[in-house]
Design a protein around this ligand. Structure first.
Ligand SMILES: N[C@@H](CCC(=O)N[C@@H](CS)C(=O)NCC(=O)O)C(=O)O
Length: 193
């Protein structure tokens, strides 16, 4: 399969982390997101949403949306709990990540790191949303090592993707020791740098 993405993107890294963890063979097709590389006519013909990541399988079928891709790749692996309720809890966190976490932390990071906006000029509502997401994670991790159940799951993969970069646009993990300890725990379990 071919994975279209760029390693500056947490959403793309999710796919790479899972493919590497599972030992899947793939070709990584680098897409220059900032230069509009995901919106060329060729790319739009593959993924009309104009975004990465997406995966093109050997039979030509295409799948987009990071959390959908990782769920498909990890089918029947130990990254997805067998228990239906735990599996649903995993999905709960993955939907939450896309609506309440990525939309604040990834967006703030993009503005600061790639568009050169000063941290102090970030929209206060965006910053408040990001802080609320990190606070919720911190609270959840008080009595747990992993987001769902007793081991690493796709919920951790989805959430670590941008949490690992949260300090770049000025969010602090200083007063969030549980999140701070969980990030390297997940990355060690995934065996990724
Ligand atoms: N919900 C999508 C979001 C994908 C997304 O936002 N992709 C960004 C990079 S992280 C992108 O391709 N941006 C380029 C553009 O919109 O032109 C997912 O999880 O895959």
């Amino acid at each position: 399969m071919k994975i279209y993405g760029e390693e500056i993107s947490g959403n793309c890294l999710k796919v790479k982390y899972v493919a590497d963890y599972l030992g899947l063979s793939y070709e990584w097709i680098d897409v220059d997101i900032v230069a509009g590389g995901s919106r060329t006519p060729e790319m739009l013909s593959k993924n009309p949403a104009g975004q990465v990541p997406f995966v093109e399988f050997d039979d030509g079928r295409i799948l987009s949306q990071s959390n959908t891709i990782i769920q498909f790749l990890a089918e029947e692996s130990d990254l997805i709990p067998e228990d239906p309720f735990l599996r649903a809890k995993m999905m709960e966190w993955m939907f939450w990540e896309q609506y309440s976490h990525e939309t604040a932390i990834a967006v703030a990071r993009f503005r600061v790191i790639y568009q050169g906006q000063a941290v102090e000029d970030l929209d206060p509502q965006l910053v408040a949303k990001g802080n609320a997401a990190l606070d919720l994670m911190e609270k959840h991790l008080i009595n747990q090592e992993w987001f769902v159940g007793e081991r690493l799951s796709l919920a951790d993969v989805a959430l670590v993707a941008y949490t690992q970069f949260a300090e770049q646009p000025g969010f602090s993990l200083e007063a969030r020791p549980n999140v701070r300890a969980w990030v390297p725990r997940v990355k060690a379990a995934l065996n990724c740098a």
